[in-house]
Design a protein around this ligand. Sequence first.
Ligand SMILES: Nc1ncnc2c1ncn2[C@@H]1O[C@H](COP(=O)(O)OP(=O)(O)OP(=O)(O)O)[C@@H](O)[C@H]1O
Ligand SMILES: [Mg+2]
Length: 510
Amino acid sequence: MWDVVRPKSIQEKLDEAEQAQADKVAAQERKLWKGAEKALKKGVDNAALGAIVSMGTEPADFERKGQKLYLRTGASSANLHGLVLGGSGAGKTETLKRLAAIFASQTDYDIFFIDPKPTADLKFYFAGLMAEYGRTCKMYPDSPFNGFRGDARSVHNRLLTIPVLGTEGASAYYAELTEEYVWLGMNAGDGLPRTFDEVAQRLDYDYLLQYYANDPTSLQSIQRIKRQDANSVVMRFNNVARKFSTISGAGWAFEDVRAAYFGLPVLEASRDVDAIARFLIEDLKHYFATRKQRNRRTVVFFDEFSAFGSENVVNLMELVRSHGGIVILASQTTAALGDDRLQKRILGNVTIYLQRMNDPREVAALGGMQPVLDVSRHMDTKPNPNGIARYVDKSVIDPTKVAQLPLGGAYIINRGRVAHIKVQQAPVLDWNKIGTTHLDLALQWMSANNPNAPVLVRRASPAVPHAAAAARPLAPARTEPTPALAHGAPTKAATPSNAPNQADGADDFI
Ligand SMILES: Nc1ncnc2c1ncn2[C@@H]1O[C@H](COP(=O)(O)OP(=O)(O)OP(=O)(O)O)[C@@H](O)[C@H]1O
Ligand SMILES: [Mg+2]
C-alpha cells in the first residue's frame, strides 16, 4: 500500500521512461511489419523479393518501388552472388525458392538447384516453377545425368574426387600414385569411360598389367602401386557405380538443359554421396569454365551449402564469377562457412540475406555502424534531470532484433547498405496451368507411382509407361487458391516512389 503513495525515485522514473520508449519502438516495429505483410497480400508480384519493413540507404543492387523491394537482376553477376543465413526454420529455403522464382520469371538465366535434404515436395515445386517459366527441369537422380563430358584431363580431375586422397606425408605419395594409376586406367580402353562401372573395370590391376604389357614406362607406373591399394581404389569406384548408376554418358549434362534439380542427400553422411557431391562440383566448374556457351548465364543455388564442403563451393563461386555465373548459398550458421579465411572469402563477396539466427553479431556488423544519440544522466545524490547527450556508434542492424525476427523476416546487406524486409513467399503453383509440356518424364512417372509425391497426374492406373503418364491430365497439386503468376516485364530503373511507405521519413532503422 505504501508503494502507491511513496514518491518514485529518480531511478524508477528513468526506468519507466525507458520502458515506455521501448514499448513505443516495439509498437512501431509491429506496425511496420504489419504494413509489409499487408503490402505482400495486396498484390502478388513474382518479380518482387519482398516488402520493405524499414530501410536505411537503398542497397545498391536492389530497387524499391512503393513498398516492395526488387533485385536488379541485370546487375553485374559479380554483385548477385548471395548468401542466405538463418537458423533452422527461419525461412532460408523459402527465400531461395523466391530468388529462383525471380530469376525464372525475370531473366533468361539457366537455373540449377542443389539440395542436400531432398524432399518430394521441393523437387516437384522446383520443377513446377521452372516449367511455369518454360524451362524443362531435369531431375537427378531420377533422370540419368552425364557427368563424363569433357577431355581426358577434366574427366581425370573429376574421377580423382571419388577416392579419398591425402595431401601430407605418406598419403601424399599414395595420392600421387593413385593419380597416375587412375590416369593410366582411365585411358586403357576405347575412348574415355562413360560410366563408373567402366572406370572400375579399366582400373582392375590384372587388366592393366595386360593392357600395358608392351609399354614398359606405363607398366612400371602400374607396378609402383601395390595391388591391395589398387584394389581399394577399384572398390571405391565399384561402390559408387552401384549407388550412382544414373550417372552415365547417356544422360543429360549441364550444357544441355535450362534447369536442373540435384537431390544429393549428403547430410545422411555417406562417403559415397560426399564423393558424388565433389564429383558434381568439379563437373560444374568444368561446365562454367569450358562447356557453357558464352552468351548463356547460369545461377546455381546450394541449400545448406556447407554440406558439400565449403571450400569446394567457394572455389566454384570464385571461378564462376568470371564466366557469367551466379552462386546463391544458404547456411544455418557462420561457423558452417568454414574457418576465418573462408568466411572472409564468402562474406566479402556476396549479398547477405540475414534471417532469424541466434548469434548474428559478426554478420550484423557487416551492415555497418550509425551514429545514434545517447543520453546519459547524472545520478548524484541530488537528482539532476539534465543529462549529457552525445553521439555513439551503434550497429545499424541490432543483433537482438535479428535473433527475434519473425518467419520470413530478413535484413539484406549489400555493399554496406541495409534493408529490412519481409520476404514474399514463393509463388503458389497452378499445376493445371503448368501442364506436362515442360515436365521431365521421370517426374511424371514418380508422381504416378510414389505415394509421397504430389499428385501431378491422376494415380488411376498403377505402373504405366512414361508416354502414357505424360498423356494423362494433370490434377491441381494444392487446394489453396492459386493466384495467377505474373509474367511481368523485368523491373526497370528505380522510380521515385510516391506510394505510401511506412518506413518513409523514419530515421530509426529497425
Ligand atoms: N517468407 C515467408 N513467408 C511465409 N512463410 C514462410 C516464409 N519463409 C518460410 N516460410 C514457411 O516457414 C517454414 C519453414 O521455412 P523454410 O523451410 O524455408 O525454413 P529453413 O530455414 O529452410 O528451415 P531448415 O533449416 O529446416 O531447412 C515453411 O513451411 C515455409 O513455408
Ligand atoms: Mg531449408
